[in-house]
Ligand binder design. Structure first.
Ligand code: ZN
Length: 134
């Protein structure tokens, strides 16, 4: 079951500058900054009510975020949905004909198991499924 929007991921060129901007915008400080080496990113999380904002900056030119910035510039990169059981959701979505970038969930930022759907058949939106690791 898809529960709610867990967070919205925003690609930024400079995470220090973006942290200052989002602190002003949201009136709260980032509660966590975390590097995800497998993705070549540094992340920063803001709590906004029930949902979160995740800022993402590339740490190397091969990072998916570096490629996104090159193609599209800064902006909304993905929408993440909270799910109870990511393996069950992956199977369900595969049966529905969605293309998964990750057929096996992997460890993401913020203590989550994550899997991405290909934007090709989600109206151009990169969708992340995430399940809290308990
Ligand atoms: Zn995310």
């Amino acid at each position: 079951m898809v529960n709610k929007i867990e967070h919205i991921g925003i690609a930024v060129k400079n995470i220090d500058d973006a942290n200052i901007l989002f602190e002003k915008l949201l009136g709260v400080s980032s509660y966590k900054s975390e590097a995800v080496e497998s993705e070549g990113v540094v992340t920063s999380f803001f709590q906004t009510g029930a949902n979160k904002i995740e800022l993402l900056m590339a740490t190397n030119p091969e990072s998916p975020i570096a490629k996104f910035l090159e193609k599209k510039g800064e902006g909304i990169h993905h929408i993440a949905f909270d799910v109870d059981d990511i393996v069950v959701e992956i199977e369900r979505l595969k049966k529905e004909g969605f293309l998964l970038i990750n057929e096996v969930p992997k460890k993401g930022a913020d203590n989550k198991l994550v899997a991405f759907l290909h934007p090709k058949n989600t109206n151009g939106v990169l969708v992340e499924l995430c399940q809290e690791i308990k």
